[in-house]
Design a protein around this ligand. Structure first.
Ligand SMILES: Cc1cc2nc3c(=O)[nH]c(=O)nc-3n(C[C@H](O)[C@H](O)[C@H](O)COP(=O)(O)OP(=O)(O)OC[C@H]3O[C@@H](n4cnc5c(N)ncnc54)[C@H](O)[C@@H]3O)c2cc1C
Length: 412
């Protein structure tokens, strides 16, 4: 295998969040000339706290970014279940799960994660902010990309890393509805005041069919609210922020604990995110010279606890397989899918299992059962705790990363 086998080939990536910049990093390492188009006017900040688990951590180590990620993480000692007067009912500590428990050892803001990966290759990658792909013409020899704002350009490969509602996927396979598997609930995240004065801890309060988590961020000066509620698929425009804020206001109304206080801050919050817990299930992750990575291809939903991990691993494998099959794009895309699919099926399963449903139990009995289970966790000797989350730890570490080190220069 030659070093930098993709030298001379051009790749366009749509989306600059987690999967996009990670893919750009690796493709540049293998010699490709990489362009990323992002619809936002600049790299997007904000978002929830994501977990770096198992093989995801190994990919970040391979990028030489693990220590930077550790330094930027949002330190959390654990998750406390509370009643409506904020009295502690049970506590899950972080330690004792080999870094991959319900709260992972490396939990980091999505914006911070994205920025670290972006910075690592920003000088070597062309970023086109404030634009999108309008049309793709794949001739078989290359793809002519028509942008909304810029002149058309030709690329050897185009990859959609544009998230759960991927427009690139829409161009390949049509409207998203048949490919989205709704998991029965919705989640909203927004930044609020740290009125409870939480210190490196998350508090969870539950009622039948809805849960609210508050956790301290920004060195305990602020807090992140995560509100989850169970509901069948809603018919709404996910781009309409005012509408989604109103949906959340109506579902959180009448809830106890801190709910009315954090709901009152929806109006003013600098960042508000709302989406369904959904998975993307596609028969194929590519067509011709156009492929998909991250949530666009195989979103497992935040309920799996592996959203960022599978985006990072997918980007690593996609770049590696394109490089390994340099000169034959369809063989590279097919191999990427063959290598990754079995593991991703197991990650998606995690997002659908009984443990995931514990996020928002449907009945008062379910809420009480969750408290009892967490109580049990708390009182287990630390050496036994990994056994309680064995299926998750097995999945987090259940993929053997292919070795592509011969394809590109080793980082300094
Ligand atoms: C600002 C932001 C906040 C988020 N907050 C949360 C959260 O609070 N909770 C949660 O569970 N998940 C959240 N997510 C999703 C989470 O980041 C992903 O589930 C996961 O990290 C996988 O990342 P990804 O790179 O595949 O997709 P995403 O992180 O979804 O990134 C997709 C990127 O593509 C861009 N994009 C979308 N459409 C186009 C287009 N047509 N042309 C060009 N660019 C496009 C988006 O602006 C975004 O930067 C958020 C994502 C973003 C971008």
């Amino acid at each position: 295998m030659s070093n930098e086998p993709l030298r001379g080939s051009s790749v366009l990536i749509s989306g600059a969040s987690v999967a996009g910049p990670a893919l750009a990093f690796w493709l540049h390492r293998y010699g490709a000339s990489v362009t990323v188009v992002e619809m936002a006017p600049a790299l997007r900040s904000g978002g929830q706290i994501v977990d770096l688990r198992g093989v995801g951590r190994e990919v970040v180590r391979g990028m030489g970014l693990l220590e930077q990620m550790r330094a930027a993480r949002t330190p959390t000692d654990g998750l406390r279940l509370v009643d409506e007067r904020n009295r502690s009912r049970a506590f899950v500590p972080v330690e004792g799960f080999r870094g991959d428990g319900p709260i992972a050892e490396i939990e980091i803001g999505r914006g911070a994660l994205s920025e670290i990966i972006y910075d690592a290759a920003a000088d070597d990658v062309e970023y086109l902010f404030g634009d999108r792909i309008a049309r793709l013409d794949d001739s078989g020899e290359g793809v002519v990309v028509h942008f909304e704002q810029r002149e058309p350009r030709r690329f050897d490969v185009v990859i959609g890393a544009d998230g759960l509602h991927s427009a690139t996927r829409g161009k390949l396979f049509g409207p998203e509805q048949p490919f989205l598997r709704h998991l029965g609930s919705y989640v909203a995240w927004w930044t609020v005041d740290n009125d409870l004065q939480l210190r490196y801890v998350a508090h969870l309060y539950g009622e039948p069919g809805r849960s609210l988590v508050l956790r301290s961020t920004e060195r305990n000066t602020r807090a992140l609210a995560a509100f989850t509620f169970n509901e069948r698929p809603l018919n709404y425009d996910y781009r309409d922020t005012e509408l989604t804020k109103n949906i959340v206001r109506s579902r959180i109304a009448g809830m106890g604990w801190e709910a009315s206080r954090v709901a009152a801050q929806i109006e003013e919050t600098p960042d508000f995110y709302f989406d369904s817990f959904s998975q993307v299930v596609l028969g194929s992750w590519s067509k011709g010279r156009v492929g998909l990575v991250g949530d666009a291809a195989y979103c497992a939903s935040p309920l799996s606890g592996h959203g960022a991990t599978i985006s990072l691993v997918g980007a690593y494998v996609l770049a590696g397989e394109l490089a390994r099959h340099a000169g034959d794009v369809s063989a590279g895309l097919a191999s990427y899918e063959r290598v990754l699919r079995p593991w991703l099926a197991s990650v998606q399963e995690l997002g659908r299992d009984e443990g995931a449903k514990m996020m928002t139990p449907e009945s008062a009995l379910g809420v009480a059962a969750r408290t009892r289970l967490v109580h049990l966790f708390e009182h287990l000797p630390a050496r036994l705790r990994p056994f309680m989350v064995r299926p998750q730890i097995r999945v987090s570490n259940g993929f053997v990363l292919p070795d592509y080190s011969a394809l590109g220069p080793i980082p300094a």
